[in-house]
Design a protein around this ligand. Structure first.
Ligand SMILES: NC(=O)c1ccc[n+]([C@@H]2O[C@H](COP(=O)([O-])OP(=O)(O)OC[C@H]3O[C@@H](n4cnc5c(N)ncnc54)[C@H](OP(=O)(O)O)[C@@H]3O)[C@@H](O)[C@H]2O)c1
Length: 261
């Protein structure tokens, strides 16, 4: 456990930081290099908030996709400069339940090029699935990699295979992390190079509310649930290191949206 973090802060990155690390950094994933452009869907969410930090920490340029100005501000606070608000842009990758709109893929691709000065993503961090997968395959650069670990919006993906084979792109499947990847990802947290993105902690008897927030996409970063710790804020053993990184550790704190009625 990283000595400068509370129990709940230390627990928050476990799943998503390790998963994003394998997807982006590991040779089992996309083997990200310095200078790569990385398209990150849901960049202020669980996976995305760590993927954004891993990209920045590894010398890559994240292009962060989010759905509100508040989420865009969180990405900026992590150091990202290239942000796309998908709600403001109003992308409709599917005309109806069965038909995609390549014109919308092109509109996204043009926006990415405008932000990057002409570059297409070397890597696309995929997890929304059906809704975005066709666009992800399209916007990846020639020889680029779409690395997927989930299908939040549906697991029957459709994409135009011509863009995959003729432009020599790869689709890589990735699931959590092996022991070494998880250890390396946690080491970055322990060294203060990547920070937890905990926005709110709930007592155990409000675990349902925590799940509700995530289910309705009202959370930012990660939410925590206290299981064995009797209260928040316990477990810090390196106060000096904590003080050095406090601003980054608490970036997401209290940033949850209002519950939907
Ligand atoms: N295989 C594994 O090892 C593994 C590990 C961890 C998570 N997962 C899976 O990965 C997925 C994401 O996990 P997470 O913890 O990052 O969830 P999360 O905190 O809910 O973040 C996902 C983000 O994706 C964006 N998003 C959701 N639906 C979208 C859509 N239709 N189009 C575009 N963007 C969309 C949202 O951001 P905006 O609204 O801001 O765009 C949302 O904040 C889940 O399905 C989870 O089960 C898999």
């Amino acid at each position: 456990k990283p000595a400068h973090l509370t129990w709940e802060e230390a627990a928050a990155p476990g799943l998503v930081n390790s998963t994003a690390y394998r997807q982006l950094v590991s040779r089992n994933g996309a083997a990200m290099k310095q200078g790569d452009v990385v398209l990150v869907w849901g960049a202020s969410g669980g996976l995305g908030s760590y993927a954004t930090q891993l990209a920045l920490n590894g010398g890559a340029t994240p292009v962060c996709v989010v759905s509100s100005p508040q989420k865009a501000a969180l990405c900026r606070s992590m150091g990202a400069e290239l942000i796309i608000d998908r709600s403001a842009q109003g992308y409709r990758f599917w005309k109806d339940a069965h038909t995609q709109d390549p014109g919308e893929w092109r509109r996204l691709g043009a926006m990415i090029r405008q932000l990057t000065g002409g570059d297409d993503p070397d890597i696309v961090l995929e997890h929304p699935g059906r809704e975005t997968f066709g666009a992800s395959v399209f916007v990846a650069r020639r020889g680029g990699t779409v690395v997927t670990c989930a299908s939040t919006s549906g697991f029957w993906h459709e994409y135009d295979n011509r863009y995959l084979w003729m432009h020599l792109k790869r689709i890589v499947g990735s699931h959590f992390a092996n022991y070494r990847e998880a250890w390396e990802a946690n080491r970055l947290i322990a060294k203060g190079l990547i920070h937890p993105t905990l926005s709110k902690t709930y007592p155990l008897d409000q675990a349902g509310q925590a799940a509700h927030q995530v289910h309705h996409n009202l959370h930012q970063g990660k939410v925590g649930v206290l299981c064995l710790a009797p209260e928040e804020g316990l477990g810090v053993r390196d106060e000096a290191m904590r003080a050095r990184h406090l601003e980054a550790i608490t970036r997401f704190a209290g940033s949850e949206s209002t519950p939907a009625r």
